[in-house]
Design a protein around this ligand. Sequence first.
Ligand SMILES: NC(=O)c1ccc[n+]([C@@H]2O[C@H](COP(=O)([O-])OP(=O)(O)OC[C@H]3O[C@@H](n4cnc5c(N)ncnc54)[C@H](O)[C@@H]3O)[C@@H](O)[C@H]2O)c1
Length: 316
Amino acid sequence: MNRIIITGVAGFLGSYLANELLEDGYQVVGVDNISTGNLNNINKLTRHHHFTFLETDISCDKLLNHPELIDIDGIYHLASPASPKWYQEAPFETISVNTIGTKNMLELANRNNAKLLFSSTSEIYGDPEVHPQSETYKGNVNTWGPRACYDESKRLGEVYCYLHHTLLGTKVTVARIFNTYAEGLQPNDGRVISNFIMQALKGEDLTVYGDGSQTRTFCYVVDTISGLRKMMESEETNGEIFNIGHPIEYTILEVAELVKRLTNSSSKIVFKDLLEDDPQVRCPDISKAMRMLNWKPQVELTEGLHRTIEEYKKQI
Ligand SMILES: NC(=O)c1ccc[n+]([C@@H]2O[C@H](COP(=O)([O-])OP(=O)(O)OC[C@H]3O[C@@H](n4cnc5c(N)ncnc54)[C@H](O)[C@@H]3O)[C@@H](O)[C@H]2O)c1
């Protein structure tokens, strides 16, 4: 496999993945509309002779006839706002990219006999009543709330993948990605790790929503990317869904305290009203990925945070 499309290439995960694939000798066609991404993430890549960049919206089907989008071996479909801050600002665009955009990329995969990896999310489990969540858990999602545009459009994206795979024979694999972090997250991205670190480094209050007892798990980017690559590269993953995330759970308050300690910050932790539909617990069961992909995260939270903090310090 050597010619790969990455949608969302100017985003956090897309740019990291593109770097790795180019280093490993792949040709990469990156597509992005620079809505939540940043051209700075791919500046260096655009000078690489195996990298082509198309600035366009993948929800528009005219893209399918683009002359660069031929002879494709694989598609990492990562385009979509991922932070609640961004998807709640652009809910209709979020629905389009995860549904129509996914349908377009499946069509492209089908024409090229290429495999598509769809980046779904742990959010499809909603506020889970089963804990930890395995891939067989069907979820507890609210259609009537501010997170629904993201959660439900990712669910419908999975349905498109299922239908293309079962009815048209398209090669697909679905990654349900749990919180991933690293220095590549834009400081203003609004996700919990970037928020806490920036607040701690600037001496501002660390904002915890609710009492901080809600839990999350945090996977360092290197581990998430290695999971996605194993999914793409293994034959056995065709038609399969995998949880990709770190299996060790922390309360949000524990994470705030850890960030404060690692940054030696004198910031205070302040509590604000819990956000609507904020899941109370979240933790992946990764036994399927361990068994079929021989994959599990290697970087522990303290180590990953340490690396992330050092890089953020250089940025401010
Ligand atoms: N990072 C995480 O913790 C996490 C967790 C769960 C799921 N995911 C999924 O992984 C994918 C990548 O996440 P990320 O953290 O890199 O997000 P990101 O916001 O940093 O990157 C997404 C990229 O997609 C681009 N994009 C959005 N709509 C587009 C469109 N219509 N056409 C073309 N490009 C478009 C954006 O400009 C951006 O560059 C997303 O699909 C997200 O839902 C990420």
